[in-house]
Each structure stands twice: as C-alpha cells, then as structure tokens.
Design a protein around this ligand. Structure first.
Ligand SMILES: NC(=O)c1ccc[n+]([C@@H]2O[C@H](COP(=O)([O-])OP(=O)(O)OC[C@H]3O[C@@H](n4cnc5c(N)ncnc54)[C@H](OP(=O)(O)O)[C@@H]3O)[C@@H](O)[C@H]2O)c1
Length: 281
C-alpha cells in the first residue's frame, strides 16, 4: 500500500514506521521533513502554503497534523484548510486514494456527567477548538463521504508524560468527584490507524480511539504515584478538565479486530515509566 501521512509528527512517524515494517511505501509530509527516519519518502512542505506535487499513486492518505496553538484560527488552518489543500493537491496529481483517515478528538463531545459516549453520541463540543474539529470532519465528509475519522482521547506515550510529571512534581490533585479520563497509548493509536488503513472492506466513517478502560482521574493519579513509590496525591478541587467527564467506549474499533498492546492505562504507563520507546520529533 502507498501511504501519504500529512503532518507526520509523533503519531504519524510511529504509523509510518509500522507501515514500513509491514512492507508498505510511506511518504511523510511536514515542514521539517529532514527529521523523518530512514525509509520515509520525505516531502518538505508547509500545509499553509502551496503544496508540491504529491504522489499520484497514493492509495491511503492519513491526516495527523496538529495545530501549532490552541486557538480557533490555528485549528482551522491545521484541520480544515490543510485537509482541503492536501485533497486538492492529490486531485491535481491524479491520485484517487481509496481511503482517507483523519485524526480527530473526543473533544467533539460535550458530555460532562460521566455518562458513556460512543460513535452514535451526538457531537456538542464545549470548546471553540472542539467545534473546529466538528467543522473539519463535516467538511471532509462533504468531500469524501467515506473518510474515516478516528476520534482520539488523551494520547500518552514515550515523552508524553504530563500526568506523570504532575505526580512526580507534587502538582497533581485527585479530584473530589470521580471525573473520568479516557486515554490511548501513542503506539495503539498508530496501530489503529494502520489497521483502519488496511481493512479490506469499507470501515465505518467514525471510530473512538480510546483504550478499554475509561478511568477515574484520581485512580490513574494514585496508580502513577504508587508506581513512582510516592504517596497518593492529595484530594483537592480540580479545575474542570478540558475533556469534560465522559466514559468513551471503543467497542466499534475493537470489533474491527484491532488488538491493543496497552488495553488500559496500567500497562501503558508501566511501559512509559520503564522508558520503552521514544517520542518522535
Ligand atoms: N495529544 C492528544 O492527546 C491528542 C488527542 C486527540 C487528538 N490528537 C491528534 O493526533 C494528531 C497527531 O498528534 P501528534 O501528537 O502526532 O502531533 P505532533 O507530534 O505535534 O505532530 C504533528 C505534526 O504536524 C506537522 N505540522 C504542523 N503544522 C504543519 C504545517 N503547517 N505544514 C506541515 N506540517 C505541519 C508538524 O511537523 P513540522 O513542524 O515539521 O511541520 C508536526 O510534527 C493530531 O491531529 C492531534 O490533534 C492528539
């Protein structure tokens, strides 16, 4: 399979490495293409400007671009405009990709009462940036009704240790009420993208990219503290988390046959704390 990864950063590079290992051809597009590992066909380009010719034999295109800043304009550039530009450039090259994959976020849901969320839950973002992701998905589906959006929850992994650092520094507070966190290890997010890229029959147009176990944030923090040999972080008033309070279900993704290396935060964080893997630049 000939794969084009647009916005090929940490997640995109991990996806590309897995695709290369499976014998596929990989083009990685980003501004600093020189940092991509050997084996990648590097396309140095800014998605905010005119794009160079893209490979005409692209079979699968994956969007893993991230916004430079957490504001509406940056999000629109990264997720709406850039996606359209890549599709335009592929069209101009005469490419007809059979699959288009987009990495979105569970921020498209506005659920805050701890209830279950799945792909049938209506979107209702509470943040302006979440609203742009909904806009980006809609724009993509208008153009490619068969495009697949993988709505990722909090991605953690090698070098992505925000929660670990908070616990280690003593900044972490366990919320008084049981706010849930939904997470996915970067490697499983990359595995999910490769799996969806390779499915022979048409996948659904939307999947939640989360592990098997939405967990109370306080429980995750206490687990990390125990792993670090520290006492559980104190209970305190926590500013309402960006992710609201929801329990995301991954049944649809798992029903495609995807196996997770890190089915819960426990296996995933143990690997992170053991120093397994690297964060790709
Ligand atoms: N982190 C989370 O918890 C989370 C949650 C939900 C969804 N996601 C999504 O997962 C996706 C991948 O995230 P990630 O962690 O892999 O992000 P990342 O490491 O920051 O990678 C994104 C890449 O996009 C490239 N990029 C940004 N602007 C560009 C532009 N104008 N032109 C060309 N390339 C550009 C950057 O490379 P250059 O600087 O070299 O251009 C960067 O390496 C993103 O869509 C993100 O929103 C993440």
């Amino acid at each position: 399979m000939n794969l084009l990864i647009a916005g090929c950063g940490d997640l995109g590079t991990e996806l590309g490495l897995r695709a290369l290992a499976a014998g596929h051809r990989v083009h990685g597009l980003r501004r600093r293409a020189e940092v991509l590992p050997d084996g990648f066909h590097r396309i140095a380009a800014d998605l905010g400007a005119d794009l160079p010719p893209l490979p005409a034999d692209t079979e699968v295109v994956v969007f893993t671009t991230a916004a430079d800043r957490r504001d509406v304009d940056a999000y629109r550039r990264a997720y709406v405009t850039a996606t359209g530009r890549v599709l335009d450039a592929l069209e101009a090259a005469g490419a007809t990709p059979r699959r288009v994959l987009f990495t979105s976020s569970t921020a498209v849901y506005g659920v805050g009462d701890g209830s279950e969320v799945d792909e049938d839950t209506p979107t209702g973002p509470t943040s302006a940036t979440g609203a742009v992701l909904v806009e980006a998905e809609r724009a993509l589906w208008q153009r490619r009704p068969d495009a697949v959006s993988l709505r990722l929850a909090g991605v953690y992994g090698p070098g992505r240790t925000r929660l670990v650092d908070q616990v280690r520094d003593g900044r972490a507070l366990r919320p008084e009420r049981g706010v849930h966190t939904n997470r996915i290890h970067r490697d499983d997010a990359a595995a999910a993208l490769l799996h969806l890229a390779g499915l022979p029959s048409s996948p659904a147009t939307c999947y939640l990219g989360v592990d098997d176990e939405p967990a109370p944030l306080g429980e995750v923090l206490a687990f990390l503290a125990a792993e670090l040999g520290l006492p559980p972080p104190p209970v305190g008033e926590v500013r309402r988390s960006r992710g609201g309070d929801k329990r995301c279900r991954n049944a649809r993704l798992r029903a495609t046959g995807l196996e997770l290396t890190y089915p819960t935060y426990r296996e995933g964080y143990r690997a992170v704390l053991a120093g397994e893997g690297i964060r790709h630049p």
